[in-house]
Write a protein that binds this ligand. Structure first.
Ligand code: SAH
Length: 252
């Protein structure tokens, strides 16, 4: 049976899924806990990557080498930087770029050395299922800020996501980062700290990869303020609903 890895950075994003895991079995490797079991009759491994590209890459490699997973799906939160990408929206990744990769002048800025490429693409078929799952989940949920009076539902976007070992928490640094990326032809919808690393590992192993991020902040001066509250009150419910819909849509 095909085994699907569901990888998250923060434990809040995993808790709901873990509670539903049938016949859970925990194994620890390289400082990470891996939960094997079944969700809706599909075999899954749930894992927490911790934060940043190195942590995400080692976790993805362990999922492949030690647990033999056949595909990896990442669920997490991110800063929204694309036009119209708001807190409470969701971005499904089409591909990834590392915004802190810079081996110029030896290689073009953002190019990953010795790969001859800058962006790493997500798997189109798995991404289409994830997009469908995200739309279905958001349609079935109350608006994220209903308690604050807002009635708008979160929207689902698709597109490029930029990853790097930096929590982007000032309008000035977000502006600079975006201006530099756009000058090189990359227009991300969101910034986060893990996705591009997992995309690169999956590229190395020829494994399908897809990723979804709930927008927790706008990567500006207030990015840190609401972060823990947002993850607790909104993002973890999104993560659960989206992954639940995705797993149901996977072939058994
Ligand atoms: N407060 C957390 C740390 C979160 S770090 C703790 O103490 O555990 C931020 C996490 O959210 C990373 O996993 C990253 O991928 C994502 N993220 C959300 N907003 C981001 C932003 N503006 N810039 C970079 N990463 C962001």
């Amino acid at each position: 049976m095909t085994v699907t890895a569901i990888l998250s950075a923060l434990s809040e994003e995993q808790q709901g899924l873990l509670a539903q895991l049938v016949q859970p079995e925990k194994l620890t490797r390289g400082g990470r806990d891996f939960w094997q079991g079944e969700l809706h009759g599909r075999r899954v491994v749930l894992a927490l990557s911790k934060i940043g590209k190195v942590a995400a890459a080692t976790t993805a490699t362990t999922l492949i080498e030690a647990f033999g997973v056949h595909r990896i799906v990442f669920t997490g939160v991110a800063g929204g930087v694309g036009p119209g990408v708001q807190v409470g929206d969701v971005v499904v990744a089409s591909d990834f770029v590392q915004h802190d990769m810079n081996a110029s002048p030896l290689f073009a800025r953002y190019e990953v050395p010795l790969y001859g490429q800058t962006r790493f693409a997500c798997d189109p078929a798995l991404t289409a299922l994830l997009m469908q799952a995200a739309k279905q989940a958001l349609a079935s949920m109350a608006p994220p800020f209903a308690m604050q009076g807002a009635q708008t539902k979160g929207r689902v976007h698709g597109g490029l996501i930029a990853s790097g070992d930096q929590f982007v928490a000032s309008a000035a640094s977000a502006r600079q980062l975006l201006a530099d990326l756009r000058a090189a032809g990359h227009a991300p919808q969101a910034v986060e700290m893990e996705g591009a690393a997992v995309a690169q590992v999956c590229f190395d192993y020829g494994l399908p990869f897809a990723a979804v991020r709930t927008i927790s902040d706008r990567a500006d001066d207030s990015a840190h303020v609401d972060f823990p509250q947002f993850v607790n009150e909104v993002a973890r419910h999104y993560a659960l609903a989206i992954m639940d819909a995705l797993v149901r849509s996977l072939p058994p």
